[in-house]
Design a protein around this ligand. Structure first.
Ligand code: ZN
Ligand code: MN
Length: 504
């Protein structure tokens, strides 16, 4: 029997607001000592009242708009009741039936190297709602003690729920990566899964291919990287396929945790039913209204959205000439994308000022710049263990370096050496070049001498060339390059040699 996986995701994203969701405590207290970024509100003391952080609400609206959601006009907060030490109030303030955004979608980008239009998959977004994070529990290795750090309690969260639209684990991974990039572009979260800024639960069930029914699903929790989500789903497909093959498909919904060490999902407590949470409207917060004349008007927020990753990738390829292979790497980080755009616009301005400006040349410059930034510039950082943000090379200087390279004044080996120094010191490439005395020798006087010497010293290849073996010139080019210690421009050398050989 052929089986088809049905996958949906539930994602929690911590927002990077300055303060918490319902109090003035500093947000992201994980960097502080435990239980220092807390107050009576986020530790649930009796008699305290929540005050809504409107920046967090705006971030939620921004993200919902970027995910093509419809923003509801009226929304409210609800209490989700459950008892656990990480939740001192006994309930989490969340949103139940009236979330911020509904009915959105996100297109999964094509894999790197493929055209943007290829195998695009549209994933439906059921809803985006706001809530607060719980405290962090830490257990001693002998499991004798549990510790609670309330610094995380009250951190503003967005919960994003997708439709069960995924059919492949790799699509789930690419969706999460795209969502991370969008959050970074919007400035609402760093969305780093390893750091817990973004957490993902994945629901998966199998069904016979062609069937439209849904079977009881398994929820996988505790997955802390996009790669791990893909692996956990692959593992579940294998596990559930075996159950189907022995005629015992899952009969109830279950919860499993991902064990990174074992590379396997393991059984966890049964999932609580929705009714157990006894949702009811939060009486301590007024309902929210979105629209004109309200504190937050989605149409005004929409106008503040930056160019989103998909649009940027498309423009970088179509208008700037960046290759489809490099564009993903470059646009992943908004700062790197801005840097690249600046480099290319400088290169283009320079090309347009020259007599041989052409569309071909403009596209070539974009492709070269994209390639140099994606592989060489980032490669230097990787080798040194530093991030792009730590590179001292300015866009202006990188553009100048690439101009030297594109006009054949330096070859790629020397350009790479210069770039390495630029990254470390921020030096200007022309100045470095002067100091290094490596500028490619293109001035014909020096070259003519070397060409004459090569011809005199190697009568054999000269005779070969004159008898019609045009390849023989290659040997002579090599001799001149050797004599100039590799600093000559091989193209110029070849032209000079051919001119001279024809005149003999
Ligand atoms: Zn607080
Ligand atoms: Mn939640």
């Amino acid at each position: 029997m052929e089986l088809e996986p049905i996958i949906g995701l539930e994602i929690h994203v911590q927002m990077k607001t300055r303060t918490k969701m319902f109090c003035g405590c500093i947000n992201h207290g994980e960097h502080e000592n435990p239980n220092t970024a807390i107050c009576p509100i986020c530790t649930g003391h009796p008699g305290t009242l929540p005050v809504l952080n409107m920046v967090a609400v705006t971030y939620g609206v921004r993200t919902a708009l970027a995910l093509n959601c419809r923003i509801l006009e009226h929304v409210k907060f609800d209490r989700k009741n459950y008892f656990y030490p990480d939740l001192p109030k006994g309930y989490q303030i969340s949103m139940y039936d009236l979330p911020v955004g509904v009915e959105g979608y996100l297109d999964i980008p094509a894999t790197s190297g493929a055209k943007e239009s290829d195998h695009r998959t549209r994933i439906g977004i059921t809803r985006l709602h706001l809530e607060e994070d719980a405290a962090k529990l830490l257990h001693s290795p002998d499991e004798q003690w549990s510790f609670v750090d309330y610094n995380r309690a009250g951190t503003p969260l967005m919960e994003i729920v997708t439709q069960p639209d995924f059919r492949a684990p790799t699509d789930a991974r690419r969706f999460l990566q795209e969502l991370q990039t969008i959050c970074r572009y919007l400035g609402v979260s760093d969305a780093d899964m390893e750091k817990g800024h973004m957490r993902c639960d994945a629901n998966i069930s199998l069904r016979p291919a062609g069937s439209t029914a849904f079977w009881p699903k398994t929820e996988i929790k505790n997955v802390n990287s996009t790669k791990a989500v893909e692996r956990a789903l692959e593992f579940e497909i294998r596990r559930q396929t075996k159950l189907w093959q022995t005629n015992t498909p899952p009969s109830t919904s279950t919860t499993r945790g991902w064990d990174d060490g074992k590379q396997a999902t393991v059984d966890q407590r049964e999932k609580e039913g929705e009714g157990d949470y006894r949702y009811f409207p939060e009486p301590d917060l007024p309902p929210l209204h979105f629209g004109p004349l309200q504190p937050i008007d989605p149409e005004v927020v929409r106008r503040t959205l930056p160019e989103l990753p998909a649009a940027k990738r498309h423009r970088f390829v179509e208008e700037l000439g960046v290759s489809a292979t490099d564009v993903g790497t470059i646009t992943n980080d908004p700062a790197l994308a801005d840097f690249t755009e600046q480099v290319i616009s400088e290169l283009h301005a320079w090309i347009r000022s020259t007599p041989d400006a052409s569309d071909d040349l403009l596209a070539k410059a974009g492709r070269t710049a994209g390639g140099w930034i994606a592989s060489k510039l980032l490669g230097i950082g990787n080798d040194r263990g530093t991030s792009f943000g730590e590179s001292k090379a300015t866009a202006e200087n990188v553009a100048e370096l690439l101009t030297l390279f594109l006009t054949h004044r330096i070859n790629s080996t020397i350009a790479q050496q210069l770039l390495e120094q630029m990254v470390v010191t921020g030096a200007d490439p022309s100045q470095l070049l002067e100091e290094m005395h490596v500028e490619q020798v293109s001035d014909t006087d020096t070259l003519t001498t070397a060409v004459e010497a090569a011809i005199t010293a190697h009568p054999g290849p000269v005779a070969d060339y004159r008898s019609g073996k045009s390849n023989a010139v290659q040997f002579l080019v090599g001799q001149v390059m050797k004599a100039t210690k590799g600093t000559a421009n091989p193209g110029v050398v070849r032209t000079l040699l051919e001119e001279r050989l024809r005149s003999i």
